[in-house]
Design a protein. Structure first.
Length: 149
């Protein structure tokens, strides 16, 4: 059975990072997945970065009988909400950071390959080298600025 085209309606529509992440998540869904499995997989995938993200299928009453398109509504914040410049700035910064990390990982991997090809011994790759680390607690309290003078 051939699937009908998928149309994604994203809220907020101007979140380019979300659009990029959503496109990648939809591309990772196995072709044999049912509609419900596909929506659940996309939602679970994106919840790593968008904790309130919700994916809903358009109700049959919301379309036309002769429109074969499948429509998903994707709500970054779990619902449509008023524009929040601070929240949008946060999501944009996090998205740009993920892009920077991915590009850095690719550059490091490429540099390792070139070094190997040139005959240099290269240490084993450190997977997750850019993964978040837990904060380390100081064992001694910091000296006050007055005491340092």
């Amino acid at each position: 059975m051939t699937r009908s085209p998928l149309r994604l309606l994203v809220f907020p529509a101007d979140d380019k990072g979300l659009l990029r992440d959503l496109d990648a998540a939809v591309g990772r869904v196995p072709p044999e997945a049912t509609e419900d499995e596909a929506m659940a997989a996309v939602q679970e995938d994106l919840r790593r970065w968008y904790r309130s993200l919700t994916v809903r299928e358009r109700d049959s009453l919301g379309g036309y009988p002769d429109d074969p398109a499948r429509v998903w509504y994707v709500y970054r914040d779990g619902r449509i909400r008023k524009h929040d410049a601070g929240l949008n700035r946060l999501y944009r910064a996090l998205s740009e950071a993920r892009v920077t990390v991915a590009s850095s990982e690719a550059a490091v991997a490429g540099a390792r390959e070139v070094a190997r090809a040139a005959g240099y011994h290269v240490d084993v790759a450190r997977p997750g080298g850019f993964a978040p680390a837990e904060a380390v607690r100081r064992t001694k309290p910091r000296a006050s600025a007055a005491a340092e003078r």
